[in-house]
Design a protein around this ligand. Structure first.
Ligand code: SF4
Length: 212
């Protein structure tokens, strides 16, 4: 992957989406951790509706650790996969209390030991609340990276490694936000809006649509 091409792609996308930011609403690491777990297989908009209520009731790791499984399932029901998510979030609350004094740890090594937390969730935390460069490969970043030939792997963790190799470390967090925003707004999964895409000239994807 020629360095110049990567630079050009990221610079065009950055100009197109100067306000690129997480869609999930949160006020602290704990809220972002659980919002990100809830966002698996669910839209961020739906998660925001649920957490608007949830975060008023549950404020500390202990609150989650002592939540009742049945009640919690009902509270997060509309985000889907609610049984697993409830189990993981309650278990995660317990681990935070028992192992980390109720705080969310700020290293990748510790974060991925928590129930329901994979590399993507850990990277979202690292990059957005702990100020440590991280490549959070969600479904949008994954799709756009493939279409723009930034990555080839079929596994998000491997795509993360590929992106980390071609993008300078200090740009990891920002690049993910920009690639993800492009995926949400323009390079959508079905029928991408190629006619308004700022990187169309650099795109050789078979998914490209003309006319859109
Ligand atoms: S040209 Fe189309 S497929 Fe390629 S990056 Fe742009 S929106 Fe996506």
């Amino acid at each position: 992957m020629p360095e110049e091409r990567v630079k050009k792609l990221l610079s065009l996308l950055e100009k197109a989406y100067p306000d690129a930011a997480l869609v999930l609403q949160y006020k602290n690491p704990l809220e972002l951790l659980f919002a990100t777990i809830l966002a698996a297989q669910c839209t961020d908009e739906r998660v925001n509706k649920v957490t608007e209520v949830l975060f008023k009731k549950y404020k500390s790791a202990k609150d989650y650790a002592t939540a009742g499984q049945d009640v919690f399932e009902q509270e997060i029901h509309s985000t889907g996969f609610y049984k697993n998510k409830a189990r993981n979030i309650i278990a995660c609350g317990k681990e935070l209390v028992e192992r980390f004094g109720g705080r969310v740890p700020d290293t990748m090594e510790d974060l991925v030991t928590l129930p329901g937390v994979g590399r993507k969730t850990a990277s979202v935390l690292m990059g957005n609340v702990f100020g440590k460069p991280a490549m959070a490969v969600d479904t949008h970043v994954f799709r756009v990276s493939h279409r723009l030939e930034l990555a080839k792997a079929n596994d998000p963790d491997k795509v993360e490694q590929e992106l980390c190799k071609i993008i300078p470390r200090e740009k990891w967090t920002r690049s993910c936000l920009v690639l993800g925003t492009h995926g949400r707004h323009t390079c959508v999964a079905r029928k991408p809006h190629c006619n308004v895409c700022v990187v169309e000239k650099l795109c050789n994807s078979p998914d490209k649509i003309f006319p859109a």
